[in-house]
Design a protein around this ligand. Structure first.
Ligand code: ZN
Length: 759
């Protein structure tokens, strides 16, 4: 009998119920009890959704983040919230977001903990704060209450916790101490927790250790052995869960830890499964993650069965089946997507459908394929249709791809020659000023876009309204005296969605929300087919903006790597190929902009860094195709055309050579919070082209002073010749208000003037 289970269910709710309940509580519009009731209902509903499984997760639900939940379970709260009043959930929200519902500004306004990306996903967790003085004390109330709730509902529940090594690895020490020194203090708390769960009747506990798919120092590998020898108990069975990648050099370690079961992501670690089976002791459970928890395509059930059947014959009841990872990373239910055409919908599978696939697979294994004949046939029809669909495969795109040659990636002349021509063409002063693209997305702008989307505003009125917005931002920039202007991006809802909507090969869901952090969700567009740009996407707006000014107007595009990394992508071809297709589409747009007389074109690659694979050994390959895609997109232009790129992050040290390889004439980056320290990377490496280090922290409502901006620019000028420096904000201004933006940019321009006069 193959057993089915799930590692985690999307907790935000099919209609984002949790988001709305949280935001209402935070605004003081509803009570804590009401919020808790929504949580309880969602858990109950989600267990009902999973009722066909042999084991459902408990503890995967959270009001903000599962890592922060673990910090609470382990009693690891930052000192600064210890004595604050209210429910423990209030302190929880203070750590998560700086404030809870009842807090007035400045009253309990505390510093939120840092937030960062969960492995290579777009989910962000709250970083545990650790120091040499950290002590851990068990608070099992949340987990035990939820476990009790599940038991009362008759759910066969498997508590889920984050393992001690992954917990420490995710945490940050402020005092640079060795995190592993905390392990002896941490383990007794885990032991107590397991004992409590056992006492309450838990049979299995899922203990997540995804760091086993990353490169680990020998000290961390040894710590695994130490930790699991300590945690090993006869009272409760442990299912050690790894996901997101291959085990590689940690494979033997993972197989030999004294736990009763091991979960492996059989999609990412497909080739390793025979070795895992060989190394795993014969009394251990092997859980195979065979349904993709990170993407939205239907599983090919027959192909999966072909592969699973011999494994099932060998392992029998020791074989468990699951999604590859928690379903947190996919939307809930494809059947709500009434606006997607039926053909496309028939290729997709969201969380509920994925769980159903698991049930079909286990039934086919346990009772023979004939017992699931209809389900398997329907699945096969959809899989076969997608494989040959003309909506997916476009011969013209394949031909264009085959024609890509190295020349397409190269500018005509090296940067030094281009720079002369561009200076001649653009006649910019020293320390030229510019912004990153967007101007405030006011209520009015959003209202216009909504009316248009709902069909309540016709196209020509929409165009007029948008032109007014563009004219406003051009007017403001001229008054401010900026040197290179932007049109302001009023027409864009989102920097990826905007382009996806205009490309063939992309589809959009209505409710395909995926949690990004806390109550925030994103709705990644779905790249399903070969990419075609049927017509220019941005040219008319930029041309209009250029017609209003004699200053150079920047064309504004999102780069291929960023579009790819923020989408659900195809699983029937390598990411690199999908990225090349996007690169060709953006290249056409770049050339159209150039032909329309646009002399400066910015191609944002905000998400290039976050696509880095989990293992460093694979970085090189990723960076090669990612940089190549950018070059294909950008480098078809004449020498005189100036290419900018923008990246809104500041860790460059480890990828600086690849950044330089992109060969953009100008790169603007986020730096203002780090006092220009990050420029050290550019300095050590001797970055050859122009740089605009951000001098205005756009994540803060504060207005930078002229002195501060001059200070930052002088720091920059110590490392990079002034002739190659630009003056600009950290990122786009879309989330700020005009009242903040105008004085801030005024100071920025004034600072640039002063800097020029000092040279
Ligand atoms: Zn940015």
């Amino acid at each position: 009998m193959a057993i089915t289970h799930n590692l985690g269910f999307p907790r935000i709710g099919a209609k984002r119920e949790l988001k709305f309940a949280l935001e209402s509580y935070w605004k003081g519009q509803s009570s804590l009890d009401a919020l808790k009731a929504v949580g309880s209902e969602l858990r109950q509903r989600h267990w009902a959704n999973q009722s066909k499984l042999d084991w459902s997760p408990v503890g995967d639900f959270t009001f903000y983040d599962q890592v922060l939940d673990m910090s609470f379970t382990l009693g690891n709260l930052p000192e600064r919230v210890r004595d604050l009043s209210g429910d423990s959930l209030d302190n929880y929200f203070r750590i998560a977001r700086g404030r809870s519902a009842t807090d007035r500004v400045c009253n309990y306004d505390v510093q939120a903990s840092e937030m960062t990306k969960w492995f290579d996903t777009n989910y962000h967790y709250i970083v545990p704060e650790l120091s040499t003085s950290t002590v851990f004390t068990l608070d099992s109330s949340r987990l035990l209450n939820e476990f009790k709730q599940a038991q009362c509902l008759g759910v066969k529940a498997k508590p889920v916790i984050i393992g001690p090594l992954t917990y420490l690895w995710l945490g940050k020490t402020k005092d640079d101490s060795d995190k592993l020194e905390l392990l002896p203090r941490l383990l007794p708390v885990y032991t107590q927790l397991l004992a409590k769960l056992a006492e309450q009747g838990a049979e299995w506990v899922q203990i997540d250790e995804p760091i086993l798919v990353t490169e680990l120092d020998p000290t961390w590998q040894q710590a695994f052995i130490r930790a699991y020898n300590t945690l090993h108990t006869d009272q409760v069975k442990l299912l050690l869960a790894t996901y997101f990648g291959q085990l590689r050099e940690n494979l033997s370690l993972a197989c030999r830890l004294p736990v009763q079961g091991l979960h492996v992501d059989a999609l990412n670690a497909y080739n390793e499964i025979p070795d895992v089976i060989m190394e795993l002791a014969s009394d251990r459970v092997l859980s195979l993650g065979i349904v993709n928890g990170r993407n939205i395509w239907k599983t090919d059930l027959l192909a999966t069965l072909d592969w699973l059947e011999p494994i099932h014959r060998q392992l029998g009841h020791r074989l468990w089946l699951a999604p590859s990872c928690s379903l947190l990373h996919v939307p809930v239910d494809i059947t709500s997507e009434c606006e997607l055409d039926t053909e496309l919908r028939s290729w997709l599978s969201f969380a509920l459908q994925k769980l159903n696939e698991l049930s079909v697979l286990s039934a086919a294994l346990n009772n023979g394929r004939q017992s699931m004949e209809t389900e398997l046939r329907d699945n096969q029809t959809a899989i076969a249709a997608r494989k040959v669909s003309t909506r997916v495969h476009n011969p013209a795109v394949k031909t264009a791809l085959a024609r890509i040659d190295a020349n397409m990636e190269r500018r005509t002349s090296p940067y030094s020659e281009r720079a002369c021509k561009q200076h001649e063409e653009l006649k910019l002063p020293l320390y030229p000023t510019t912004t990153i693209g967007s101007f405030p997305q006011t209520e009015e702008i959003r209202h216009i876009r909504n009316l248009f989307r709902r069909g309540e505003l016709n196209e020509s009125s929409y165009n007029t309204a948008m032109r007014e917005q563009i004219a406003r931002s051009v007017r403001e920039q001229e008054l401010l005296g900026l040197d290179v202007l932007v049109h302001g991006e009023a027409e864009r809802n989102d920097m990826v969605e905007y382009f996806g909507e205009q490309l063939e090969g992309y589809a959009f869901s209505q409710f395909g929300w995926v949690q990004s952090y806390g109550s925030r969700c994103v709705k990644p567009p779905i790249m399903f087919g070969d990419i075609i740009r049927p017509k220019p996407m941005t040219v008319k707006w930029i041309q209009y903006a250029q017609s209003l000014t004699n200053k150079p107007m920047k064309g504004m595009l999102t780069g291929p790597v960023t579009i790819l990394n923020w989408s659900f992508v195809r699983d029937d071809q390598p990411r690199a190929v999908s990225c090349q297709q996007l690169a060709l589409a953006i290249r056409e747009e770049v050339l159209d902009l150039e032909n329309a007389g646009v002399r400066v074109i910015q191609i944002d690659e905000a998400a290039l860094r976050e696509g880095l694979p989990l293992r460093r050994a694979q970085w090189h390959e990723y960076l090669q195709w990612a940089v190549s895609a950018f070059r294909i997109a950008a480098n078809g232009v004449r020498d005189n055309t100036q290419i900018h790129t923008h990246m809104c992050y500041s860790e460059f040290n480890d990828i600086i050579e690849s950044i330089a390889d992109m060969d953009a004439d100008v790169i603007t980056i986020e730096t203002s919070r780090s006092d220009m320290e990050l420029l050290d990377a550019f300095d050590h490496f001797n970055y050859p082209n122009e740089i605009g280090p951000g001098v205005y922290d756009i994540h803060s409502p504060n207005i930078p002073t002229q002195d501060h901006i001059i200070h930052l620019m002088l720091q920059a000028a110590k490392r990079i010749p002034a002739q190659r420096l630009w003056v600009n904000p950290d990122c786009g201004l879309k989330t700020r208000a005009w009242e903040e933006v105008v004085p801030a940019l005024h100071n920025m321009v004034a600072a640039a003037h002063k800097l020029r006069s000092t040279i």
